[in-house]
Design a protein around this ligand. Structure first.
Ligand code: ZN
Length: 135
């Protein structure tokens, strides 16, 4: 069992793309700035002309922490796990788990690529795994 994220009007396009295993990030039509999490307007130029843009899914670990204690009973069977701030190659940073990698092998600057954990019909959770060799 997992705790499912709440979906709002603002985040619905993000989750819709994730369900199709795409990482879509909000982009300002006026100035091109990418922002995550999504908002009602661009924090740089205040335009409300926003669109969704599909990312490559590649990035690197900007920062991370290893969780050893269950913050909620449902996480007890998953310890320890990594919560990372991943910087996408396009610039935005997002919080996700790092999977398919021993927690002690996770490093700042480690190249990662997105993968998706399907949680039922409605939600697929963007996560990251170590990126394969370039090319
Ligand atoms: Zn803008």
């Amino acid at each position: 069992m997992r705790i499912l994220p709440g979906v709002s009007d603002l985040t619905a396009p993000y989750w819709r793309a994730a369900r199709q295993h795409r990482l879509d990030i909000q982009r300002c039509r006026a100035c091109g700035r990418l922002q995550h999490p999504p908002g009602p307007s661009c924090p740089r130029c205040h335009s409300s002309e926003l669109e969704w843009s599909t990312m490559s899914g590649r990035g690197e670990i900007y920062s991370f922490t290893v969780v050893h204690h269950p913050v909620h009973p449902v996480t007890a069977g998953h310890l320890p796990y990594v919560v990372a701030l991943v910087e996408l190659e396009e610039g935005p940073r997002l919080v996700a788990n790092v999977r398919r990698c021993p927690v002690e092998a996770v490093r700042v600057g480690m190249p990662v690529s997105v993968c998706f954990e399907d949680l039922g019909e409605e939600i697929a959770l963007p996560q990251f795994e170590p990126a394969g060799p370039p090319g």
